[in-house]
Design a protein around this ligand. Structure first.
Ligand code: GLN
Length: 537
């Protein structure tokens, strides 16, 4: 029996209160105090994972080293904690039911009627304890997706209730995140929505141990007392969480409000060591005091929802801070580039990033954007689909293979410079069947990529089906675009560059997933540096 402690984070009143950021900030503070911490997200939807969800629905799909397609909150966890997550850190209702139903088919329930309670709740509890049972963590923080009162969250809330009963309140606590809205007409902060959401939790048998209250205005001592009285917590357990200038301020704000010390006290853990946050604060300081500003164009087809590119914009922030540079993003819809207005839309940019994506919509605009960056010597980073578009553009406009395309866009193209690998051709299921997770890559020493990584051997995360078609490698290379990164096992091309261009790099993998506050990604650092140099010309 190990003595991992559990912290559950539930949400009340409304969605989008930032449970993920509160969980990550608390974890950061506990980590800085010397505890090993991980964070898990339980998502109450029926998809097995968000891999099949449209980014408009759910924002970016984040990918872990072990190839799990997960919720974007896991990206925040990694960026804050600087430690990798895995499949065990993200569980959906679909996954829970799938395991239970598989067991039922195998006859493992020995003739019993399979029910939400106890079978689904047992499976939820098993998944929660999985991380604790590794013995690697002093504290596991579990974020329950959705809002208390949702029908679909009920089995999760019941599982938390049972776990808290089994483990005791000194080993498992519940933080409830709520909203304390300000009514301008009355000039008052209102506590009623919080009271109602706590009442709802209590009906499920859980009394929250700590309330974190999101608010646009300072919560007075009087209001804290009122919240404490009606929600059955101590006044010191009511923590205000005011709107922050940046998510990276939240750990400091939560420290000032004492969230981490209240948590440690309840879990009967020592709070002697103070969180230093030295490197973190150095990052925040540089981020907030840039010496210059650059503008990067982000070309994608889901740009209406910025969350679709969360890891990319966060990677800009990390790299920008290192260079003491504010990176402004100009959001450019790839479909809007298809009317010969490329020059107008892209003028004045210091760098161009063509984003990952799927399907045909908007790809001609992406290809036009690549051409513009290539011909005008503007620093260019192509990620996944963006790299594939760079290869197609080169084949069409430099090699003169006018019909060059990816078989994803045109199955019968005369020049499939991007195509499916043999093993992908047999696959009919959409979910979890791409080339996923960490793969090794060997970099050529004479390359921009090597200059960035300062290493020949790297490992990066993937999420795609289509690949650079090696049949075209010799032809493309002799025309000037070089394959500078190769998968040592499969020979697949992972990185392409144009050596005569000041900074033109396309990567089949997703560097953005591995950029963290303490480890800004080398490729982003190098890309931003190139953009800074370009801006000075
Ligand atoms: N649609 C492309 C593929 O499947 C690229 C995927 C991506 O950009 N993540 O290969």
């Amino acid at each position: 029996m190990n003595n991992t402690k559990y912290v559950f984070v539930t949400g009340g009143v409304t969605s989008s209160l930032g449970k993920g950021i509160i969980a990550a900030s608390l974890a950061k503070l506990l980590q800085e105090r010397g505890y090993s911490v991980t964070i898990q997200k339980l998502d109450p939807y029926i998809n097995i994972d968000p891999g099949t969800l449209n980014p408009y629905e759910h924002g970016e799909c984040y990918v872990t080293d072990d190839g799990a397609e997960t919720d974007l909150d896991l990206g925040h966890y990694e960026r804050f904690l600087n430690i990798p997550t895995s499949q065990a850190n993200n569980v959906t209702t679909g996954r829970i039911y799938q395991s239970v139903i598989n067991k039922e088919r195998k006859g493992e329930f020995l003739g019993k009627t399979v029910q939400v309670i106890p079978h689904i709740t047992d499976e939820i509890k098993r998944r929660i304890k999985l991380l604790g049972n590794t013995g690697k963590y002093d504290i596991v923080i579990t974020e329950i997706g959705g809002t208390v009162g949702d029908i679909e969250s009920l089995p999760y809330i019941e599982s938390v209730r049972q776990l808290q009963w089994e483990l005791g309140e000194d080993n498992a606590i519940v933080i409830h995140l709520t909203l304390v809205p300000y009514l301008a007409a009355a000039g008052e902060l209102k506590t009623k929505p919080t009271q109602h959401s706590v009442k709802m939790l209590m009906q499920s048998g859980i009394g929250p141990n700590i309330l974190v209250c999101r608010s646009e205005h300072e919560i007075s001592e009087d209001i804290k007392r009122k919240l404490a009285l009606f929600c059955n917590v101590k006044k010191e357990d009511v923590i205000q969480s005011l709107d922050a200038e940046t998510i990276y301020d939240v750990p400091n704000l939560m420290f000032e409000e004492g969230l981490d010390s209240v948590v440690l006290k309840k879990l009967e853990l020592s709070s002697e060591k103070q969180p230093a946050l030295t490197e973190w604060n150095c990052f925040v300081k540089k981020y907030k005091n840039p010496k210059q500003t650059i503008e990067i164009g982000l070309i994608g087809k889901y740009v209406e929802l910025h969350d679709s590119y969360k890891s990319i914009t966060e990677a800009f922030i990390h790299a920008g801070s290192t260079h003491e540079t504010k990176v402004n993003v100009r959001w450019i819809h790839s479909e809007e580039l298809e009317n010969g207005n490329v020059e107008k839309k892209l003028k004045g940019l210091d760098g161009l990033l063509v984003a990952p994506g799927f399907g045909e919509r908007g790809i001609e605009g992406k290809i036009d954007a690549v051409k513009y960056a290539r011909e005008n010597n503007i620093p260019f980073l192509g990620i996944c689909l963006g790299m594939q578009m760079a290869v197609i553009e080169y084949a069409r406009n430099v090699l003169g293979l006018k019909e060059a395309n990816s078989t994803e866009m045109n199955e019968n193209t005369a020049h499939p410079v991007i195509n499916l690998m043999e093993e992908q051709k047999e696959i009919t299921n959409m979910g979890g069947t791409m080339r996923l997770g960490a793969w090794d890559c060997t970099l050529e020493t004479a390359s921009k990529a090597y200059a960035a990584y300062q290493n020949n051997n790297i490992s990066e995360r993937h999420r795609h089906r289509y690949e650079f078609n090696s049949d075209y490698k010799t032809q493309i290379e002799s025309a000037g675009m070089k394959a500078t990164g190769i998968n040592p096992k499969t020979g697949l091309v992972e990185v392409v560059e144009i050596p005569t261009h000041p900074w033109f790099v396309g990567v089949q993998y997703h560097p953005e997933y591995k950029s963290t506050v303490l480890n800004p990604h080398p490729l982003f650092l190098s890309f931003i540096e190139a953009a800074i140099n370009y801006s000075k010309k």
